[in-house]
Design a protein around this ligand. Sequence first.
Ligand code: RUB
Length: 314
Amino acid sequence: MLAPEVETTADDIAEMEVRGAATIARAAADALEAQARASDAATPAGFREELRAAARRLRDTRPTAVSLPNALRFVLNEVDGDSVADLREATVDAAERFRDQLDRAQDDLGAIGANRLRDGDTIMTHCHSTDALACVEAALDDGKDVEAIVKETRPRKQGHITAKQLREWDVPVTMVVDNAARRYLDDVDHVLVGADSIAADGSVVNKIGTSMLAVSARERGVPVMVAAQTLKLHPDTLTGHTVEIEMRDEAEVLSDEERAEVGDVDVENPAFDVTPPRYVDAIVTERGQFPPESVVTLMRELYGEGTSEPWAEE
Ligand code: RUB
């Protein structure tokens, strides 16, 4: 019943071939569009059931980045019509609108984030965030010179992706192991990271190690800027829910070979952590920059007091 593109996308997200909150959201919208195009459902009810099943398959891949359910909700809530053809067209249109909105949000937040960066500034990055890099790209477009100290980001080394992108823009890059971050903070003007989810109290959920970096940055007096389009706001946290932190395969930390050498140890491999709002100076969104504690106002405005699960089985 599921289109092959849905299965492939779900596998790619789970295996991190497709990764990063915004990119995952876009891939999910693309997959729903592919499902709509491929559907040979005989009835509107059948079409809707297929789309919900596709959304459930995508939803179950990774739990932490709220951009994924927010994207699925955006598309599913726009699917309206009396015939399969109408429903198909509505799905395709909604996916298209979603992609446009995502691109525009990234451009807009990039322009706002760039205003925080001065000519000659050095940033320190953690993981790979397209929202964070949009700020750098906009600053470069404004004619500012920016340098970067890029944290490697164990265990998956997403810092390499960031370094590659920055080098393509001719930004001077120094790569450091994660443990060296504090040593280099004195040379840094801004810590610049993205987010997978932002909670109603302004806590920032991002790649594991973000909170340690933010605490060190606060101790060193270096401002911490989180670039996160409003797709990263987690509406369930308005009603007291917490954000699930993904635990990944221990082999990412300790290979079978290494384990044979080390012996019988337990391994924990959380993919994300929570940075309390007091360590964050600004959350930069396409709607402006916010002190983390005030982001709840924006969340209420955009997402109301609760969320639906339009992919649930009926
Ligand atoms: C990626 C990560 C990124 C955010 C924001 O984790 O933590 O900082 O997703 O990225 P993973 P973006 O590699 O495990 O998916 O700004 O591109 O949405």
